[in-house]
Every structure is written in C-alpha cells, then in structure tokens.
Design a protein around this ligand. Structure first.
Ligand code: FUL
Length: 517
C-alpha cells in the first residue's frame, strides 16, 4: 500500500536535499568540471562540455558496470520497508546467515561490487557500533557477538569482489537526530568505524531522506564533513547519490534515460566554490549539484546552453529484484524474471549508467532460491548473447582518423584502445565488411569516456537486398550503449555518427545475437 507514498516521501526528501545542500566541487585534475564564461556561444559551450572528463575513481567505478545491493536489517524480521527505530534488537535473529552465499551469488551473476545497508532509516547497525545500543550487539544473533558488516566484507575479500557501504543519514532511532551538530558528530563517528575497520571500501552510498528529530527540528546534514571523512579514510571510494561522484538516475524502476549525458550543469551557486576549490587545489572538497535529478533531460545542448558550469556526474540505476527493497515472504512469487532482468540490463548498463541491483537476504540470512535461480538464468542469457561479437575479424574502414587512433581499435577486444575521427570532424562513418554473412540483433557501442562524452546521434545500417537499411539508431553512447533491433542477416554494416560534440571516439563496437527476447 504505502510503497508509493513512501517512495514519494523519499523522493521529496531527495529533492529537498538537492535544493538545500551547498557543498563545493572536487576538481582533482581540473578537467572534472568547468566554468562557462559569460557570453559563451553554443559552440563554445558544447566544446567545453566535450572536454569535461571523469576523475580516475569515476572511471574505475563506471568500468565495474554492475553492483549488488543487499538490503538487510530489522525490517527483514518485522516485514516492513521502513523501520521506525522502535524495534527491539531482539527481533534481529537470522538462523543461518551465510554472507558468502550472498557474495558468491552476486559474483556468479557477473556483479563486481556489493553494497550493504549497514544502517537503514531505522538506525539499527549491522555492526557492533560503539556509539549506539541499537545494533546487532544487542540481538540474539551469535549471542550479540555477530558483525554482519565484517562477514560481508570478508566474503568480498575472499571472493575478489569490491565492498561498499550504505549508511542512512536519516536515523529514526538516534535521540540526537534533529540536534544537527550532535547528530553530525554521531554520524561521522559511525562512518569512521565503517571506513576504518573493514578493509577497502569502494563506494559509500547516501540517500537523501531527511526528517525531523524528536526535538521537532529538521536535521541539517553536514555533508562536507561526511565527505572529508571518506576522502581521508578511503580516498578511492566513490560517494554516490548524495555525493560528488555518482548521481541517482532519477527513478527506482531499473530504466535509465535513452539520452543520458554524464556531463551535467552545475548551478551558479556552486561557481565560487568551484573556482575557489581549483585555485587552492582543494581536491578533496565535496560537491552535489542542486536540481531535480528526475528531469527527462539533464545534459543535452538545450539544457547546457543555460548552464554556468558543467561537471562529470554519471548516473547509477538502482532497482530491486523484488517489489520491496527488503525481503518479504509474500513477494517470493514476485521476483523479477530473467527476461525482465535482461530488459533492465539493456536499459541501464546499456544506457550509459551503472546498474545497482538489490537482492535482499531473507530471515535465514540467505538469498532466496527464487532470486538465485532468476539471476542464474539471466546471467546465462547475458553470456549467450555476448559470447560472439560478429564484427570480430571484419575489415573496418573509417572515413577519417585522428593520429594513430585507427578504426581497428574498435573491434580489437581491448577497451583501452580506441578509434577517433579526425580532430576537425563532428561526424564519421565506419564501414565494416564482415567475415561472411552474419545474423544478429544487438548493437553495443562504447566511447572512450576518458577523453569525454561526445556522440549525440548515430545510426547503424546493414546492407540488405542491395541497399543500406537502417537497423537501429540512438543519441548518446557514453560508457556503453546497447540497442536491440529486428534480427538481420548481412555481410556489411556501417555505423554513421551523425553528430558529435567533438571528433567522435569509439573504444568498443560489437553486434550480437539475442535469442531470449
Ligand atoms: C531509498 C530508501 O528510502 C529505500 O528504503 C531504499 O533504501 C532505497 C535504495 O533508497 O531512498
């Protein structure tokens, strides 16, 4: 019932946050953001946008492509989505928790990193925090000696998977919540525990929900101090959603925008901080753009035309494999099917976003067999589709090239090499003669985002019955673009890049066969 209402409240919280938080940007290389001088023409703004590039930690994050979320807390046992903080810790009692089963399941599904809800809105800590009694240390789990954060972090280490933490700023248990400075110290203390005692942390995930404390006052989060704690203790960690490195795509449906720009406007209010930050080389300051992350268009020409600054701020798509974020036995038959998961994969990773898929452990402390089965079938489908790139072995010719960035680099299995059109070109054609007649219905393209996101419009054509036929078309590419189209059999294809902010680049180009549908 209340799911939609809860979501709305959550989104309102998120938007309120964007409207009120004013931290400063990070500018490690100086290219991660840019100011737009007063009076710049559209062409100048577009060129500036094309030269904004990801920070090294954003590049590593984006390369991961696929992360698992584990939502697990007292809610798992009370059958709720949002706990009120009044739960007795005694309800938390998983009978056969096996964090290795969670991480192995994720790994088998092709997931490279996991994020655990170390503390959700109920304030219950999955680790024995020194700063509250509302934690696993007062639960029957392992007679109060358990530490779920440690178990998940160790399973990740053993299985070679990255580990990330979700720590809810909104805390419905902690009495100091609403007394802003006191709670901020409490929160930084908890962050410090998580970032000091569990090995490397690859991502810190903050959501924007915010409320009033028992004193009737709205808590004001001190994000700057949260960010500086993270940069100090885990400098390689990305800070997501309410953070400077990664933005929320704007829905929890699993579907990203067809046109998804990683370079988005920075508001005027941030400009002084941007320049102050770069002048002082303050690379560890923090930044969150204000504004509505749910808008249908965050970065195309018409949007950036009015911007005062721009920043690399890529999108993360979060979605649960079940209707709820937490496990509910009543949803065992509602686990997303392999077909649905595949559709989400194409519509998130395939739309220049990272996919953060929630798989909630059950009351035993295990991932349910329905979730495991559907994930396995989904992974089987992915493996089958992407087993053969029908462009490998093709003869590829570009109508222009920049320096030694040859067309062959698109289809060399190496994402670190790339083709670039001549530097004065904003369009290009890549002609491919395939290794005989091939049958396929999926396109995969990747730009070399390390030099920026440039492509604005493209078509893929196949030589069919003696003429070029359009197979599919798209707008942005970015880190990765996947498109499905009617199955075609041909021995010649061509990619036409119709519009690009700067000379286009392609690091990977593939066509594949999806038999699942
Ligand atoms: C939201 C929370 O309110 C949900 O419970 C869930 O954790 C989701 C990922 O973020 O804002």
């Amino acid at each position: 019932m209340n799911q939609i209402k809860l979501l709305l409240i959550s989104l309102i919280g998120l938007n309120l946050f964007f409207a009120s938080c004013n931290p400063a940007p990070e500018s490690k290389t100086g290219k991660n953001s840019t100011l737009i001088p007063e009076g710049s023409t559209e062409a100048q703004i577009v060129a500036l946008a094309a030269n904004v590039t990801p920070s090294p930690r954003q590049v590593i994050w984006q390369d991961g492509e696929f992360t698992a979320f584990f939502h697990f807390t007292v809610n798992t046992f009370t059958d709720r989505e949002w706990g009120d903080g009044k739960e007795n810790p005694s309800v938390f009692n998983p009978s056969s928790l096996d964090a290795k089963q969670w991480v192995q399941t994720a790994k088998d599904a092709g997931i490279k990193q996991v994020i655990l809800t170390c503390k959700h809105h109920d304030g219950f800590c999955l680790w024995p925090s020194k700063f509250t009694e509302h934690s696993v240390k007062n639960s029957p789990y392992k007679n109060g000696k358990g530490d779920v954060v440690k178990e998940v972090a160790e399973a990740c280490k053993e299985l070679g998977i990255k580990f990330g933490v979700y720590l809810s700023p909104w805390d419905r248990h902690e009495p100091s919540y609403g007394d802003s400075p006191t709670y901020n110290t409490y929160f930084v203390n908890q962050l410090t525990e998580l970032l000091s005692n569990y090995g490397p942390v690859a991502e810190v995930w903050f959501d924007g929900a915010c409320g009033e404390g028992p004193n009737g006052k709205r808590q004001v989060y001190d994000f700057k101090s949260y960010y500086s704690t993270i940069r100090k203790l885990q400098p390689d960690a990305t800070i997501a959603i309410m953070g400077p490195d990664v933005r929320w795509v704007g829905t929890e449906s699993g579907y990203g925008r067809e046109t998804e720009w990683s370079v988005v406007p920075v508001s005027a209010a941030r400009l002084d901080e941007i320049s102050a930050s770069s002048q002082q080389n303050a690379s560890n300051s923090a930044f969150v753009p204000e504004g509505d992350m749910q808008k249908p268009d965050l970065g195309s020409r018409s949007v950036i035309a009015n911007a005062k600054g721009l920043i690399w701020y890529p999108s993360e798509v979060d979605v649960s494999i079940r209707p709820g974020w937490f496990y509910h036995a009543s949803q065992d038959s509602l686990v997303k099917t392999p077909e649905k998961l595949l559709d989400i994969y194409f519509s998130s990773i395939g739309r220049n976003s990272l996919l953060l898929l929630n798989i909630p452990p059950d009351r035993r402390g295990l991932l349910h067999k329905n979730d495991v089965r559907n994930l396995q079938l989904f992974k089987k489908a992915i493996d089958e589709i992407f087993a053969t790139n029908y462009l490998i072995g093709a003869k590829i010719v570009a109508d222009s090239q920049s320096g030694s960035q040859k067309a062959e680099f698109c289809i060399d299995y190496d994402n670190k090499t790339w083709w670039a059109a001549a530097s004065d070109k904003s369009d290009a054609t890549l002609d491919l003669t395939l290794n005989g007649q091939q049958t396929f219905n999926v396109l995969m393209l990747q730009e070399n985002i390390q030099v920026g996101q440039r492509i604005e419009s493209f078509t893929l054509e196949g030589w069919v019955n003696g003429a070029w036929q359009k197979l599919t078309e798209g707008t942005t590419v970015g880190y990765k673009r996947l498109l499905r189209f009617e199955t075609v059999t041909t021995d010649k294809v061509r990619l036409r890049i119709l519009k690009s902010r700067l000379n286009p680049t392609i690091s990977s180009f593939g066509v594949y066969m999806n038999r699942m549908k």
